[in-house]
Write a protein that binds this ligand. Structure first.
Ligand code: PXP
Length: 259
């Protein structure tokens, strides 16, 4: 299993003070030394964490491949092409959201995504689509000639947290926290099966499958057992652990679980 370490939250911390410390670029050699396989960053339209200069310096200096997440937006895509990362992962983006909630609406954005995928490919950039585990969306991703799909594990992660931690109800979790544990366990089983089945389907179509969002040191154990998922992109829990035990240790501890 490959690990892409999402380092956006290092820039989140810097932006809390709007100064130049900590620098997300400093995480790159540490991630490599810990054994990570990829650096993942998200250049958001509002540049709320990673900015253009971070993206440029990280892509120019990283000895690990850089996976640049971005929205299907004309200006951002032009910028991504100039930055020339190893891979671009197209994600849905709304300014008001705290993080990326739900996968891309591939049906609604099909024509835009087709142009963007062609454009990125013509510049030698691999394309991944961040999508929900749904066979119709996977079939359309194949039609779009994506190289990768990244399955959104947010629903699985939320159910897991509701079962095994005291995650409060938010609009992102399942509506009714009063659900009996038996029901939550069924939902978790269904969410896992959805990921398993859709990974197999995507593999059958020749798509490489990554997964990410909300994964942590506990819930990742089931996901990394799934045949056909070859890469996980993980950010929040690694940076959270790094606060207490150091970034390199936090990456190593994740790698010990998933490798
Ligand atoms: N993959 C994608 C496409 C994402 O947008 C994110 C969140 O930025 C992640 C993975 C990492 O999610 P988390 O920070 O919850 O581990």
């Amino acid at each position: 299993m490959l690990l892409g370490v999402n380092i956006d939250h290092i820039a989140v911390l810097r932006e809390a003070r709007k100064i130049n410390d900590p620098d997300p670029l400093d995480a790159v050699p540490l991630a490599r030394r810990a054994g990570a396989d990829q650096i993942t960053i998200h250049l958001r339209e509002d540049r709320r964490h990673i900015n253009d200069d971070d993206a440029r310096r990280i892509i120019e200096n990283s000895q690990l491949p850089v996976n640049l997440e971005c929205a299907v937006d004309e200006q951002i895509i032009r910028r991504v092409i100039r930055l020339n990362p190893h891979r671009a992962t197209i994600v849905p983006e709304k300014r008001e959201e705290v993080t990326t909630e739900g996968g891309l609406n591939v049906v609604k954005n099909f024509e835009k995504l087709k142009n963007v995928t062609e454009d990125l490919h013509s510049h030698g950039i691999n394309v991944s689509l961040f999508i929900d585990p749904d066979p119709q969306i996977i079939m359309l991703s194949k039609e779009l000639k994506a190289d990768w799909i990244e399955l959104h594990t947010g629903f699985y992660s939320n159910i897991y947290a509701m079962l095994y931690s005291n995650l409060p109800y938010t609009k992102h979790t399942v509506k009714n926290l009063e659900l009996p544990r038996k029901k939550l366990k069924e939902l978790l089983k269904d969410a896992t099966k959805e990921i398993v089945d859709n990974t197999a389907y995507a593999n059958k179509l020749g798509l490489k499958v990554a997964a990410g969002h909300g994964l942590n040191y506990q819930n990742v154990k089931e996901i990394c057992k799934i045949d056909g998922i070859v890469e996980l992109n993980i950010g929040q829990c690694i940076i959270a652990r790094a606060v207490f035990s150091g970034f390199e240790n936090a990456v190593k501890e994740m790698l010990e679980i998933i490798k």
